[in-house]
Design a protein. Structure first.
Length: 107
């Protein structure tokens, strides 16, 4: 009886271990290194179409270059940020040249 229990526990343990491995391997995010050049081009075209569909302009060549720069950035050392990053609109004074169209003029 004990031998049957050991065999049963072994089979169940292997099944649970295999299920956990499958779940972990299936949930891991993909890395840039995992992509082929053809898949990278397809990703750039997809991003370009998505941005164009939302009213923006992003040629596929530009998106491909941005993706390349991003992977280079991730491969390098971390950048130290000593102060909060602000958007260019927050940093620029509200002059007539950089005021959005339709914004009321202040005194």
């Amino acid at each position: 009886m004990t031998e049957q229990y050991i065999v049963w526990a072994l089979v169940v343990g292997i099944a649970i271990g295999a299920a956990l491995y499958w779940f972990a391997a299936g949930q891991l995010p993909r890395r840039t290194d995992d992509m082929t050049p053809l898949e990278r081009e397809a990703e750039a075209r997809w991003i370009s179409r998505t941005i164009d569909g939302r009213g923006g302009v992003a040629p596929a060549d530009l998106v491909d270059e941005v993706l390349d720069l991003h992977s280079t950035y991730l491969a390098g050392p971390a950048i130290e940020v000593s102060e909060p990053i602000t958007s260019p609109a927050d940093a620029a004074p509200a002059s007539p040249a950089n005021r959005p169209a339709g914004e009321p003029r202040g005194n």
